[in-house]
Design a protein. Structure first.
Lengths: 190, 177
């Protein structure tokens, strides 16, 4: 199932990751701009593609991870990795990725919107959360508009040889529904 | 395999200590008994940010206990007395999650356990540990405080247990060495 939303910036749609998307998303993940913002544990380009291939084969519910492509006018502009889904506590971690070069555009907000729509309107999760490095100002500013920072993990990561804090930010289903009403978050098209 | 058992158990010999536990990395038999403990436990067992799933089979449980993780156990009189679990180990940044449990019949000796935790963390190259606890787990929080864990946040409605979604307190320990 795909999800479509219309905003002032145009129409965005999310659809499940397909095997044909693996190379494109892999190239986004390889980009230095992305590598600066994602987790420290080293992974090779081939390991990243293997993970993406697994996500393209994921079947929900049952598996605890899935991937979605966000498109604008049919062109991929973002990637959502929903993982560590706990079907009992109904929580899931999200990694959001905007195609390099678009980071400051409306695509960032749209990718976050789409991840919430998938988590709450499709999968009936109760909460999504993500980790953000304290030095990742580009991601932090837009995410703070929507997510709540619930924890600040001191010295939990290394960036440029120095210890840095990591924020854990979240959105509950209740907050999502309230914000949808407050700001006419988006309209669905079928 | 890490030779943690001998190192950690050696703390017993320190002058003035109350007898501690002899810890070792969990064997297949230990994991089978831990699985039984996990299935019978009324307390949430080995809570981490994404779990646990209360219905794990023995094979899933073994993988969960040992994948990117180290499970240490201690026995007294032939029975499991305690476990100390270091999971989600990120070796390159020295960060992991931690959990522990004590059999009801075995009293916790905080200073001895603190040394066990420190020794295990250092043996694995860890300098930062994260612990999760529900706000009403008073004994767990008291021990965490004695081990110098500091509250770093509160995760709302994060963990389903006893018929409702519970908050989880997020605590952190940094090796000040």
């Amino acid at each position: 199932m795909s999800v479509r939303s219309r905003s002032l910036f145009g129409t965005f749609a999310a659809r499940p990751l397909r095997p044909a998307d693996v190379e494109l998303v892999g190239s986004w993940l390889d980009h230095p701009e992305t590598q600066m913002a994602i987790e420290d544990e080293a992974s090779t380009p081939e390991e990243r593609r293997e993970l993406l291939r697994d996500l393209a084969d994921a079947a929900l519910p049952g598996d605890n991870a899935c991937g979605y492509i966000v498109e604008r006018r049919g062109e991929p502009c973002g990637f959502i990795h929903l993982m560590w889904i706990n079907w009992i506590s109904r929580t899931g971690e999200v990694d959001l990725l905007v195609a390099p070069g678009r980071t400051r555009s409306a695509a960032g907000f749209a990718v976050m919107q789409q991840s919430a729509t998938i988590a709450f309107d499709q999968l009936n999760l109760n909460k999504i959360y993500c980790y953000i490095y304290a030095n990742n100002a580009v991601s932090l500013a837009p995410l703070r508009r929507v997510l709540t920072i619930e924890a600040t993990m001191r010295q939990a990561a290394v960036r440029d040889g120095s210890l840095t804090d990591v924020y854990l930010a979240s959105l509950t289903a209740l907050q999502y529904r309230q914000r949808k009403q407050e700001i006419a978050w988006h309209e669905h098209e079928r | 395999m890490l030779e943690l058992g001998t190192t950690v158990g050696a703390h017993r010999a320190r002058a003035g200590d109350r007898p501690g536990l002899d810890w070792h990395e969990a064997t297949g038999q230990d994991l089978a008994e831990l699985h039984d403990w996990y299935q019978r436990s009324q307390e949430p067992f080995a809570v981490e940010i994404s779990g646990p799933d209360p219905g794990m089979t023995i094979s899933t449980f073994r993988t969960w206990c040992t994948s990117d993780a180290t499970m240490l156990v201690a026995r007294t009189r032939g029975e499991l007395a305690a476990f100390l679990w270091l999971s989600s180990i990120q070796a390159s940044v020295g960060v992991a999650s931690i959990d522990w449990g004590f059999a009801p019949s075995h009293p916790v000796e905080a200073s001895s356990f603190a040394r066990t935790m420190r020794t295990a963390a250092r043996a694995l190259g860890l300098r930062k540990l994260h612990l999760m606890a529900m706000p009403d787990q008073h004994a767990r929080l008291e021990l965490a405080s004695r081990l110098r864990f500091v509250e770093e946040g509160r995760l709302r409605e994060h963990f389903f247990h006893n018929g409702k979604l519970n908050d989880l307190l997020c605590l952190g320990w940094v090796d000040r060495r």
